[in-house]
Design a protein around this ligand. Sequence first.
Ligand SMILES: C[S@@+](CC[C@H](N)C(=O)[O-])C[C@H]1O[C@@H](n2cnc3c(N)ncnc32)[C@H](O)[C@@H]1O
Length: 230
Amino acid sequence: MDRVSLPALERNRQVKDYICTHFSEDPIPMQNALKASEKAGLKEIQVPQNVAKMLYMFTLLVRPQRILEIGTLGGYSTLWFAKALKGGGKIVTIEMEKAHAEVAENNFALAGYEDCIELRLGKAQEVLQELIDAKEEPFDLIFIDADKESYPLYLELSLKLSQSGTLILSDNLIPKRGEIGCPDPRDNEALAIYEFNQAMRDHPFLESHVFPTIVGEKGRVDGLGVSIVR
Ligand SMILES: C[S@@+](CC[C@H](N)C(=O)[O-])C[C@H]1O[C@@H](n2cnc3c(N)ncnc32)[C@H](O)[C@@H]1O
């Protein structure tokens, strides 16, 4: 981060603003969801508009019947998935914070999507294992966006809930701190992310890539993981 010059960051921010303004304006239900989340005091850690639109575009491409999301927050990204489903299909979204889940469920109901979204309250590790044990039908699209330290485990469990052709998307694959590709050994989040990146790159059943994204007020470069199950 320190090595990126200020003019470069400013240009990144301008590119992000341009994309958001011209290609990824939030529809009314998403605007309402963000307002309700802010009012309820939720942290603003949802995907930015430009990344939300990428999730939406991927969903339109894949035409999934079943979507699994790990990390709901106030349901902003979930609403983008729901919009892309156009009334067909189902989303299971996992959240461990009751307060977040309540805001999200209200947002789903206000947007009229409560019938196609099932929110599972609980720790993702446990809920994913429950889905596996219940021999839940495989998902066509999985979005990983919760605690970074568990990403390697989420990948392993997600693969058990996938089938050939499943698209696994994963947010924040470029850690905020430290040298790129060379994490501080005390930074558990960054270590887990690089472990995840290596696992998705080397997995024999996955074809993977990281798409750069521009995030945050300052225009930091992050990455969205895109993996296809062979
Ligand atoms: C980055 S936010 C999700 C943002 C959301 N996908 C969006 O873009 O609108 C991460 C969410 O994951 C939840 N979370 C963190 N660790 C979790 C865990 N172990 N199990 C389930 N949810 C978890 C947090 O409470 C938070 O609401």
